[in-house]
Design a protein around this ligand. Structure first.
Ligand SMILES: *Cc1c(COP(=O)(O)O)cnc(C)c1O
Length: 355
């Protein structure tokens, strides 16, 4: 694939704030674009980041035919080299999301090459430091203008990047979740397993309500009975109960997180018992009362792992055990970030160098 490159005349890199980078507030100089027209991807190009022209009747705007991905590039803390973490998994997940939304797939090699070229050009935007990285947001949507409800005939694939800072306060005690017993994120047969726009639209009102009530995130329960645990906000969730690590199985209503898979792989190597299955809230309540719940944590690319301190469920607060410095959560955080920042031998082929 030959990528046409149009460089910006003036870099905006001096606009990067010196203090808190936030999450996705400032975007790098360039973006990647290509279009699906006449049953093939055409005109792959890297060009200055900025507004794009879109027809008001574009299918994605009306009916949500849109999928995305999220991964990061990390600057090596000792060798200064830029690495991606498991980008082939993001490529595969994008293809799976595309199938669910009737969107043409992007070939994984094209996906990874486009990211590498884009980051090579904007390499100065990959921040330095153990809690900073360049967030990469691939986006693919139906661009055809029509009000007919059907799959579009044309698509735009974009990759944008943003320097980000880890926003979770790691010295704190953990987050406070509201187990949502009214709204649902996903239901059996729906699109919960795809990284698609509509899933997030459905969570905006409940998120806004729960933030107003003082909760950090929502604990999503199953869509049928509101009894089984699904996800913590935009993170997968893990329970350390007794000598076993339990996490919801990939039944189609939860997003198959790459961090989730990384954690399961590492925990298996460390010799832990793993159970991927349905987790009733009742079981969590009973186990916690008996003192068997050792830790609960969320996992995702944005924050890696985050301890959960309390869960509000059916009008009551469920206080979980405090997390110590030797917690599993902390050990996983250490191990995963050391892999990402090139401080640890990578035996899985997870790290992909950009240059
Ligand atoms: C992206 C996402 C996750 C985490 O996936 P990672 O690949 O680990 O970043 C979990 N849940 C939802 C709903 C998500 O959108």
């Amino acid at each position: 694939m030959h990528i046409d490159i149009q460089r910006t005349a003036v870099s905006r890199i001096s606009e990067i704030p010196k203090g808190d980078l936030g999450f996705g507030k400032i975007f790098s100089d360039h973006m990647f674009s290509m279009d699906w027209v006449g049953d093939k991807w055409i005109e792959p190009r890297i060009h200055p980041y900025g507004p794009i022209e879109i027809i008001p009747s574009a299918l994605a705007l009306h009916y949500g035919q849109s999928v995305f991905e999220g991964l990061k590039a990390y600057r090596g803390l000792t060798d200064n080299r830029i690495r991606l973490f498991r980008p082939h998994s993001n490529a595969q997940r994008l293809s799976n999301s595309c199938k669910r939304l009737c969107i043409p797939c992007v070939d994984p090699d094209t996906f990874i090459n486009a990211i590498r070229e884009l980051i090579s050009i904007d390499s100065d935007w990959v921040p330095q430091g153990p809690d900073c990285s360049l967030y990469i947001r691939p986006l693919l949507f139906g661009s055809e203008g029509t009000l007919a409800v059907r799959a579009a005939a044309t698509y735009r694939f974009i990759i944008m990047t943003a320097p980000v800072q880890e926003y979770f306060d790691r010295q704190g005690q953990g987050i406070y979740l509201k187990a949502e017993d009214r709204f649902t994120r996903a239901s059996p047969g729906g699109t919960g397993g795809a990284k698609t726009a509509g899933n997030y639209a459905a969570t905006l009102q409940p998120m806004s309500d729960s933030a107003g009530e003082g909760f950090d995130q929502i604990l999503w329960l199953d869509g049928l009975e509101h009894r089984y645990v699904e996800e913590a906000g935009q993170m997968n969730i893990f329970f350390h109960i007794g000598d076993t690590i339990v996490t919801p199985d990939l039944s189609g209503t939860i997003l198959p997180g790459i961090t989730r898979d990384t954690i399961l792989t590492i925990l298996r190597e460390w010799g832990y018992n793993i159970e991927e299955r349905r987790i009733p809230m009742d079981e969590v309540l009973t186990a916690n009362k008996a003192g068997d719940v050792r830790e609960v944590f969320g996992a995702g690319t944005a924050a890696v792992v985050v301890p959960i301190d309390r869960i509000h469920y059916l009008g009551k607060d469920l206080q979980l055990a405090p997390v110590g410095n030797d917690s599993l959560c902390q050990r996983l955080y250490q191990t995963i970030t050391e892999l990402q920042f090139g401080l640890r031998q990578d035996n899985h082929g997870w790290s992909v160098l950009v240059d």
